[in-house]
Design a protein around this ligand. Structure first.
Ligand code: FES
Length: 330
């Protein structure tokens, strides 16, 4: 079949601005977007630039935006894209500088991965022979199973709404890697990691838009890993942040009243201090004018005890067995 592909081409280093060029190429019916690009490069224009290696959704090299969605070109059927969108338009990953055409600069991404130190720090008994194994409980291995699947293709980082507006954000892949180590019972410094990653750019900055989960070709679920980091931070009783206070105060109000009381949230978070509440006054006035200011006083809903029981059960059932045992030396 003959298909048409629009490729965003540019070369910032040579002053070439982004623009689309359209190529037509003859391909087999079930070709992937990557194979179509390879055909274009081989038959039409050898200067079209993109990365690829395994062609089997393993190495992560061929990630790009296809019809606006970040993902692997070797894992995307051209025919499906045509059926869904009526065209195939490919662009480089977002949130990273472009080198040429579909090839992006990798350094900023790897700097973020390195910043979370995604390796187990396991300095115990100096006399222990390094060649001996350190085993971990099966349930702990299962806990980190999702994050271990990451192939670091950067699709999640490209799809991340926070990375788009905040260049200091570590991003979904790096934070998922961080959780992989925090959850590892062999690591000797999980709380230190949680403290470090609670800073600006860390797990509290995620807006939970779920775009990273949608984009990930390996079902790593980075957002869930970020939520788990937050949960660990709260359970470790780290100094409260705006993010952690929002969660704990939210739950406290739901426990008391059986539902969220938005009118009480600012006062609960700021500690009923009139001066601390001043910054939210303009917003409250605007909401009042639009008839949207929630009333801060109301009675608990009927059946509030059922809500309390659900919350108590949910807390108790959380990840039974996680961190139930430290790494075991063999
Ligand atoms: S070429 Fe390796 S993941 Fe696509």
């Amino acid at each position: 079949m003959r298909i048409e592909i629009e490729i965003e081409r540019s070369c910032p280093g040579e002053g070439e601005k982004p623009h689309f060029e359209t190529y037509r190429v003859e391909v087999p019916h079930h070709t992937t977007v990557l194979d179509a690009l390879i055909a274009i490069k081989n038959q039409e224009d050898g200067s079209v630039t993109f990365r690829r290696s395994c062609r089997s959704a393993i190495c992560g090299s061929c990630a790009m935006r296809i019809n606006g969605r970040s993902g692997l070109a070797c894992d995307t059927l051209a025919i499906k894209e045509l059926e869904r969108h009526g065209r195939i338009r490919v662009q480089p990953l977002a949130n990273l500088p472009v080198l040429r055409d579909l090839a992006i600069e990798l350094t900023p991404f790897w700097q973020r991965i390195r910043a979370v130190e995604p390796w187990v720090n396991n300095r115990v008994e100096p006399e222990w022979p390094v060649e001996r194994e350190t085993l971990m409980p099966q349930e702990a291995a299962e806990e980190m199973d999702d994050t271990s699947r990451c192939i670091m293709c950067m699709s999640c980082y490209s799809a991340c709404e926070v990375a788009h507006v905040d260049g200091g954000f570590l991003g979904p892949a790096a934070l998922a890697k961080a959780y992989r180590v925090v959850a590892d019972p062999r690591d000797t410094n999980p709380v230190g990691r949680l403290v470090q990653l609670a800073q600006s750019g860390g797990y509290w900055d995620c807006t939970r838009c779920n775009q990273c989960v949608e984009a990930c070709p390996k079902d790593v679920k980075p957002m869930e890993a970020i939520v788990n980091l937050r949960r660990e931070a709260i359970e470790a009783r780290l100094p409260p942040t705006i993010g952690s206070k929002h969660i704990t105060d939210f739950i406290a109000i739901v426990k008391q009243e059986g539902r969220l009381n938005e009118g009480r949230m600012p006062a609960k978070m700021k500690g009923y201090n009139p001066f601390a509440l001043l910054p939210v006054v303009p917003l409250a006035i605007r909401m009042f004018k639009k008839g949207k200011l929630p009333i801060p006083w109301h009675w608990p809903i009927p059946g509030v005890n059922q809500v309390r029981r659900i919350l108590a059960r949910k807390g108790g059932a959380r990840r039974k067995g996680f961190k139930s045992g430290a790494g075991e030396r063999k």
